[in-house]
Structures are given as C-alpha cells and as structure tokens.
Design a protein around this ligand. Sequence first.
Ligand SMILES: Nc1nc2[nH]c(S[C@@H](C(=O)O)c3ccccc3)nc2c(=O)[nH]1
Length: 278
Amino acid sequence: RLMAKRPDYAGLDMASCHVMGIINVTPDSFSDGGDYNTTEQSVARAMAMIEQGASIIDVGGESTRPGADTVSEDEEINRVVPVIRELASKGHVVSIDTRHAGVMEAAIEAGAAIINDVTGLEGDERSMEVAAASGKPVMLMHMQGEPGTMQADPKYDCAVLDIYDYLLDRIESCERAGISRDRICIDPGIGFGKTLSHNLELLSRLAIFHGLGCPILLGTSRKSFIGKIDPKADPKQRLGGSIASAVNGWRHGVQMIRVHDVPETVQAISVASSTSIV
Ligand SMILES: Nc1nc2[nH]c(S[C@@H](C(=O)O)c3ccccc3)nc2c(=O)[nH]1
C-alpha cells in the first residue's frame, strides 16, 4: 500500500503547527557601522531560535513600520544576504520577508527557501515572474493600502470575505504565472490595514481560510491590536497576547505562526496540542 504522502510545504509537514522565528536585520546601533556585528548578531539569534524549536527563520531587512525611512534595495540586500547565506549553508529553512523583486532574487541566490511578500507579489511588477522562475514556495499576505497609510481608515464590506476573495485572486494569479497551489501559503495580514475589530473578526474566523486549499501563516506577535486590548502593554510587554493569539491560531488549524518569542510559543503550542486540552 502506498504510504499516504503527508501534505508538505517547503519540506515541512503541514499536518502540524510550525513556529517561524522573526529576524529583522537592522544595523546594530552600537557597532561602528560595521555590518559584521549586525550579521553576526542576526545569525546568532536565528541559531538560538532554531535551537528553541523554530522550523523557519523569516529574515527581513526593511522595517515596514509606518513612516519609517525607507531603506534602499541595495541596503536591504546588503543586510539580508549575509544572514541568509550563513543560515542556508547550515541547512536551515529561511524565508525572505520583502516586497522587492531584486531583494527576492538576491535572497534566493543566497539560499532562501521561501519568498514571504506582504504585498502578495503585487508590490513590484517583477515579483511574480521572479517568484515563478525561482520555483520556490511563496507566502502571500493581504495588506490594504501601503504601510505608511494603511491604518488611517481601513474599510471593508466584510473583512473576512473581502480578504478571502483577495487571497483567492492572488492564488489564481500565481497559478496563471506557473506557481502551483501546492507551493502557496496564505496569510490574512493581521495589522496590515485593519482596525481592531477587523483583526478580531479575522482571528475568530481563521478556519474559513482553509477553503483556499493552502497552508495558513499567521503573524500576530507583539502587534498593536494587543496594545489596543491592553493599553498598558508596549511592544515588549505583549507576550501574553502574542501567545494567546498564537494558540487561537493553532486551534483554527493554522500551520505556521510567525513570532519574536520562539521558546514561549513552541511551549504554548506543545501544551495546547497535548491531548488537545485547549
Ligand atoms: N507573512 C507575514 N509577513 C509579515 N511581516 C510582518 S512585519 C510586521 C511585524 O509586526 O512583524 C511589521 C509591521 C509594521 C511595522 C513593522 C513590522 N508582519 C507579517 C505578517 O503578519 N505576515
């Protein structure tokens, strides 16, 4: 009898919930500008996350913080490539978090295994062709508007259904470009052009996105919706809310969770899934 092929994405078993560790490669403000420190620190942190149970490391070189000064594509590449090359050379699964096709190309050349694009491969007109040609798995996230203005006045007819339809459209675009559905992961984009109530609607209806037939990635870690629920909590004090929303995601069957706090999230998912006590 043929062994039933376990569903996989980027070589990961999609029958379980994986933790993705976030690495923002931003210049080490203490170094004399020397990128060695930044690279070395980022690699060390990533290795620790892997040791702590992260299945994927998501490497980004440009803060999408609203209003942040944009980073040039070359600077973004100079930040992420050394980190990706080092981690990939050790055999680790690395995703590149970028919306720029040139950065995707450089990251793939350096060994990135996955393309994670917060603009659903729409942010740069070359992104779709670069992703298709790479043969790599992609992560398509929904964002309404642009990082600088997306939170001004987010509006939907129905957030869950509008975002579902957007992601379906992006999947079909990818398929037309030769990216098969089995290398597509989708992400509702918590905090990217959503009010608190939009974010909460999405979190309470996550299971609906399984209808798209792709693994689901969820990113809630330290996000401002947690601060809206607990105004005392600044970003470094949102672990409880990050964990609660991660376990909620697990309960809805999401297959990947993007977090800053790897060991705590790994433990939370392990306990939650032990005899499914949650
Ligand atoms: N696929 C996927 N990629 C992502 N990249 C990010 S950056 C975000 C953050 O808070 O980490 C962020 C937003 C605004 C400013 C800084 C950082 N969030 C996601 C996500 O939710 N899903």
